[in-house]
Ligand binder design. Structure first.
Ligand code: SF4
Length: 69
């Protein structure tokens, strides 16, 4: 099953994901984004798609699907 995740090797901590889709993304103390527990299946929601498109590092990906555009 497809699963939303943040590639920590690419994330630079801009926190745009959190600003665009706070119900799905969280940021740690240093501003790096991660997917909230239980929200791994939310990749098809409009806010989440917007966050994927707006991540400057293209760090938000969907495992088990083509790489997020
Ligand atoms: S927008 Fe991208 S680079 Fe910024 S915190 Fe979120 S995942 Fe990381």
């Amino acid at each position: 099953m497809a699963e939303l995740y943040v590639d920590q090797s690419r994330c630079q901590g801009h926190a745009r994901c959190y600003m665009l889709a706070p119900e799905t993304f969280m940021i740690d103390d240093e501003g790096y984004g991660f997917v909230r527990e239980g929200r791994e299946g939310s990749y098809d929601e409009e806010n989440v798609r917007k966050a994927i498109r707006n991540c400057p590092e293209r760090a938000i990906k969907i495992r088990g699907e083509e790489e997020a555009k």
